[in-house]
Design a protein around this ligand. Sequence first.
Ligand code: T46
Length: 135
Amino acid sequence: MQPTTFDFHHREDEIGQLVFLEECKDVPFEVKRVYYIYGVKDGARRGFHAHKSLEQACICIHGSCKVMLDDGKERIDVVLDDPTKGLYVGNAVWREMYDFSEDAVFLVLASEYFDEQDYIRDYDQFLAYLKEKEA
Ligand code: T46
């Protein structure tokens, strides 16, 4: 599995940096929700779930962290440490986020409003869901 990443528009001038992105242009979906994670405790791991429909773009806008993606066949680990780059996380992919630096701010653009019914929070259920989808 190869990660899909985005390079966002970046403007630098004498007074600082600016990054911008637009829905359906720089990320391949309409953005219905934005959330961000920060202050992650040392050594903590988050995620441990997949989504049935949700698509997301993850950006570590400050500091760094790693994201593990698992499509049921393969696992990859992606380092996010650049506020101009995003990682696409599609549906039916198990994700875990870890190795957050103390100053990490992890921003997520999401294609859907929050819906707990869209989560698969058990790994065996995730594998069963993939099997069902393939059948
Ligand atoms: C994901 C990864 C990358 C809400 O009520 N609304 C929201 O929009 C979100 C994102 C969460 N919540 C609630 C649900 C839980 O009671 O906040 C609590 C913590 O969420 P969760 O344990 O799912 O957080 P993470 O960091 O494990 O996962 C989050 C997203 O939930 C998930 O969609 O893909 O970040």
